[in-house]
Design a protein around this ligand. Structure first.
Ligand code: ACO
Length: 422
């Protein structure tokens, strides 16, 4: 059987046969036979927007791999910074490369003082940390005007290093500003995740010692969020990058895309749902209202995964470790029961609805005392290397500027009518 598709324009009888390569068909072949006819695909439901060698995602079989490495192995054996290197450079670092990379990241965590004194101080006292994050990342481009020189690979690497290094500092600063606490400067004696926890929680102690189990769990969560191929925010990153905007501006756009509740905000929705259910006895009624279409089981289902999200399995295992330290969340039992019922119920089984990564992450974040409006900020820290790897890849591919077509549905030409005559 030939691995091709044939498309025929029935108006002219012209046909073109195009090969199927790696599960895709080059749309150029189609546009050759159908000039001026556009493929309408809102939401990119059937469009591959890029060729990419970064993340392989097989939703039917619950497989997620970064640069070929299964997510399970990376979560068990690697660290977040090593995974950043892997995503950005294509291979795991040698010992020397890793040492240099960790050193470079550790020593670029500080922000210009004006960012704190002038910029962050300008926000309203109850500003949402994600709003501050979007704005602060964009503002960084004005501190590094040379970042515009995106054609120079060395310059690109400097900006990538800055963004990986400074994002947790901005995130913690946004949180501290939102609760009126003084900013905590980075501590270079701590590793990446520990330093973030120190900037979040340190009060008057001379040196903050994070709990190693919590720091490790957070590091794993960052690994699990590091990339997820062409999701909404990564697509935003590639689209903005295609105009050759500087990476700080592009990352601000990607962060804004993540801010939306349909993308980065579902873990918060899970906590709201579990809190609203409140107790074991209310679960059956809630399940019935989901099946009746009045509610959604938040943290369940995924556009791409039609099997158990492999990240959810890892998160669930780490939740047990975290709760040993923090004490069990009263919402955990409700979550476990909901999962048990849903996995054995025909409504959920027939629709391939399984827990996604967000089902248990919110519970962990909450147990670690992160306020709910920081959940998406944590996601943004984790996703930074993915955004940057895709930005870098699309520049290296010399991609064209993203400029889709539309199917125009408005009125046809009409003459202007003076305001008094309308
Ligand atoms: N609870 C109950 N029913 C659901 C759920 C759910 N969480 N998700 C999907 N369904 C049902 C739909 O009602 C639909 O049923 P029908 O065929 O009888 O109409 C069927 O399953 C297919 O659902 P769609 O909405 O078409 O699936 P889609 O792929 O568009 O949506 C999405 C995926 C948005 C993730 C959806 O499953 C959802 O809303 N889940 C809850 C929110 C959530 O957890 N989002 C986080 C995703 S992971 C992430 O972004 C990091």
């Amino acid at each position: 059987m030939p691995e091709t598709v044939t498309i025929t324009d029935n108006r002219t009888g012209r046909s073109v046969e195009a090969p199927i390569v790696n599960g895709g068909v080059d749309a150029k072949a189609w546009s050759d036979v159908l000039p001026g006819v556009w493929f309408l695909d809102p939401g990119y439901m059937t469009t591959a927007s890029a060729q990419s060698a970064i993340t392989e995602l097989d939703g039917e079989n619950g497989i997620l791999r970064y640069r070929g490495y299964p997510i399970e192995q990376l979560a068990e054996h690697s660290t977040y910074l090593e995974v950043c290197y892997l995503l950005l450079h294509g291979d795991l670092p040698t010992k020397d490369q890793l040492e240099t990379w960790v050193h470079d990241v550790t020593y670029h965590t500080f922000l210009h003082e004006n960012m704190r004194r002038r910029f962050m101080d300008g926000f309203h006292h109850d500003a949402h940390p994600m709003g501050m994050m979007v704005s602060a990342l964009a503002a960084l481009s004005t501190f590094y005007p040379e970042a515009k020189n995106i054609e120079d690979p060395q310059n690109r690497n400097i900006q990538i290093n800055r963004l990986i290094s400074k994002t947790p500092t901005i995130a913690a600063m946004a949180y501290r500003a939102s609760i009126g606490m003084p900013f905590v400067y980075p501590d270079n004696s701590l590793n990446y995740t520990e330093n973030f926890l120190s900037m979040m929680w340190r009060v008057a102690e001379p040196h903050y010692e994070p709990d190693p189990v919590l720091a490790k769990a957070l590091d794993v969560l960052l690994i699990l969020h590091a990339d997820h191929e062409q999701n909404c925010s990564t697509t935003a990153m590639r689209v903005i990058g295609s105009s050759h905007a500087d990476p700080f501006s592009a990352v601000a756009g990607a962060t804004a895309a993540l801010y939306g509740p349909r993308h980065g905000g579902a873990n918060e929705a899970v906590i709201h749902m579990l809190t609203e259910i409140g107790s074991y006895e209310n679960i059956p009624a809630f399940i019935e209202s989901v099946k009746g279409g009045s509610d959604r089981l938040m943290g369940f289902g995924h556009r791409v995964y039609k099997a158990y999200d492999p990240r959810a399995r890892i998160v669930k295992a780490h939740a047990d470790e975290v709760f040993k330290v923090t004490g069990k969340s009263p919402l955990l039992d409700i979550a476990l029961k909901l999962e048990e019922i849903a996995l054995s119920d025909d409504y959920f089984k027939s629709r391939n609805l399984y827990p996604n990564v967000d089902f248990y992450t919110g519970l962990i974040y909450q147990a670690m005392k992160f306020p709910m409006d920081m959940f998406t900020v944590l996601f943004a820290i984790g996703r930074m290397p993915g955004w940057l790897a895709h930005w870098q890849e699309s520049l290296e591919q010399n991609s064209k500027i993203s400029r889709p077509r539309q199917v125009y549905m408005g009125p046809s030409v009409r003459d202007y009518v003076a305001v008094g005559d309308r």
